[in-house]
Design a protein around this ligand. Structure first.
Ligand code: SAM
Length: 247
């Protein structure tokens, strides 16, 4: 799969949707799966609890699927603004019947359904700083008392920090990609093609990313009304922030 195998008449996430589940854990690096797995561990509910979980910017709904499998009495609402991603998410979650719902939703304006848990992975870097307070405010307002939000994303401290962390983690990343190639999960051409496509889409302004520090996000969550906000996991820039409302 080369750069030209991605359809650039589409939006970035529409073009990569079909190969997303196979390539994303390779392209992002070892922290992708480790972070998602740890988010599921952090959900503050027992296996038989009935609760509603919203996955914001669900993509192919990897997290929602994990929640529905681990918590048989839970319901999940998976939200995203990309139809191609939602189509895959909908097919994946269909096995869970009316415990799962997918919704088209724009993070900057979406109505958040009432819920006990909000999960969001690798989405806030697509949200401009000026939209963060509104989004996090609507998130806090949607949560029932005692509810929590668990957010995973790359959170950098600045360009020099990012460069240094990138260099220091490079050998782990390369070993991860080589292991995926050796196992037959992906080819070097596919990985190179995906990075080249991402660079092109960024240059054309069609894959816009924003750099938020962990401090920015935690401060915005406190202002949004969360009572306890803390950083719970970090691998280089990959960071999980967890925040609770008072019971
Ligand atoms: C990097 S993917 C992450 C998907 C999934 N959460 C994961 O961890 O694999 C970012 C997702 O956020 C969605 N997204 C980006 N900007 C968004 C916005 N403003 N509103 C809603 N969804 C958005 C994209 O369509 C995409 O599915």
């Amino acid at each position: 799969m080369s750069e030209s195998d991605f359809d650039d008449s589409q939006a970035y996430f529409a073009a990569i949707a079909e190969s997303y589940d196979r390539l994303q854990p390779v392209v992002v690096g070892p922290a992708y799966q480790a972070g998602l797995d740890f988010m599921l561990e952090l959900i503050p509910h027992g296996p038989d609890d009935a609760f509603v979980c919203v996955e914001l910017g669900c993509g192919t709904a990897v997290l929602a699927e994990g929640v529905l499998e681990r918590f048989p009495a839970a319901r999940c609402i998976a939200m995203d603004n990309e139809p191609a991603m939602l189509e895959i998410a909908g097919k994946k979650l269909a096995a869970h019947g009316d415990r799962a719902e997918v919704r088209m939703a724009e993070a900057a304006t979406a109505e958040m359904p009432e819920c006990e848990v909000v999960l969001s992975s690798f989405v806030l870097h697509h949200v401009p700083p000026e939209d963060l307070p509104g989004l996090l405010g609507r998130t806090a307002a949607a949560l029932t008392s005692g509810g929590c939000a668990i957010i995973l994303d790359t959170m950098e401290a600045g360009p020099r920090w990012g460069e240094q962390i990138g260099a220091a983690s490079g050998h782990l990343y390369r070993a991860h990609v080589q292991a995926a190639i050796a196992s037959g999960r992906a080819t070097q051409d596919e990985i190179d093609g995906r990075w080249a496509f991402k660079r092109k889409m960024k240059e054309e302004g069609r894959d816009v990313e924003h750099s938020h520090s962990a401090g920015d996000i935690m401060a915005a969550m406190s202002v949004a009304g969360f009572d306890e906000v803390g950083l719970v996991w970090r691998q280089f820039a990959f960071t999980i922030v967890m925040a609770f409302l008072r019971p």
